[in-house]
Design a binder for this molecule. Sequence first.
Ligand SMILES: C[S@@+](CC[C@H](N)C(=O)[O-])C[C@H]1O[C@@H](n2cnc3c(N)ncnc32)[C@H](O)[C@@H]1O
Length: 365
Amino acid sequence: MNAATAPVSPAPVWDVINGFTSYWALSAALDLGVFDALAEEADAGTGLDAAQLAAAIGAAGPGPVTVLAETLVALDLLTAVEDRFHLTPAAERFLVSTAPASMAALVRHSPGPPNAWPGLADTVRTGAPEPTVTADLIELYPALVRATGPTQAGVAKAVAAELERRGWWPEQPTVVDLGCGSGAWLTGLLQSRPNGQVIAVDLPNVLPIAEQAATDIGMRDQVIAVAGDYLDVTLPVAAADVVVLAHVLRAEPTDRAQQLLARAVELAGADGVVVVVDYTRPDPVRNGIGEDGGGAEDRSAVYGAARHELLLSLTMLASTAGLGVTVADLRSWAEAAGAELVDSFEPVPRQHVRLIRSRTPEATS
Ligand SMILES: C[S@@+](CC[C@H](N)C(=O)[O-])C[C@H]1O[C@@H](n2cnc3c(N)ncnc32)[C@H](O)[C@@H]1O
């Protein structure tokens, strides 16, 4: 059968429908404590059959538990040996609530406010979600930043090591963390520089979380907490060795995102560095001509490879007027602010870090 006559499969459509049901299978399993119950048995290595699992999670009987557990096996979150269920390594590491790298809370909060999604068509039509949806996101931020804190603390430590390697991490650094969230970045950075100082900026309902994080590591005195819009609050210009913009640009409308990057460049001055961490969308097509200049470029593989980043950008669009951010945006915004994107690295999978610095007189001459 040649390509012209091959039947077209509905699999991509089913994959999308199944994405919705898979999400709720995982949510239910987390609500029921399925992974935690199996973790308790993990040392014995015997797993649990459906009746034992039902008893462990307080379900009425094994029938519904069997359907759910078998589905979780199909989703690669459990394994089944004979009639017993076990955790996969991914479930053990990321879905057990007490695991250090647990994503259990993130599963709940990563999609943003639930009411953002039914309104997505209207958001695309009008360019912005209902104000109530954005208000819901702001209310959700405390839970969201707590859920992402462990990952971000790891990224921050890796960035401190990289800045040190480059000689951009003085013994007593001043850091400005714009949209500091859980405080994972400021604590991650301060731990390698106990004499450093951080100016931490976030919205009034979120800032106490970062303050508490600093208190918890005995470094509250080194943190100046500034509540308000990071584009409006008063901050010292050209005083920061490092300005952190972690996972904030993609949630802002383009004009505000550009202003925010310009502000970060201004705060870093000639000698500081702006650290941008974000899930970037693929760069736009250049004049509709392929990279090699030879005809139209098939971009499908580019977008396919960026599925995670695109869906996270769409998640932002669903609850803010943000359109995500591309590397081309970062380059042109940096240039407009008299700076340049000097390097990129990926210290933790999917966490791309971009370093932006003011153009030095030598570089511009
Ligand atoms: C996705 S979280 C990232 C938190 C932190 N930077 C991290 O990477 O873990 C976005 C943060 O930006 C904050 N934020 C959103 N809009 C803001 C604004 N206009 N001014 C200050 N902070 C804001 C949110 O409250 C939230 O803490």
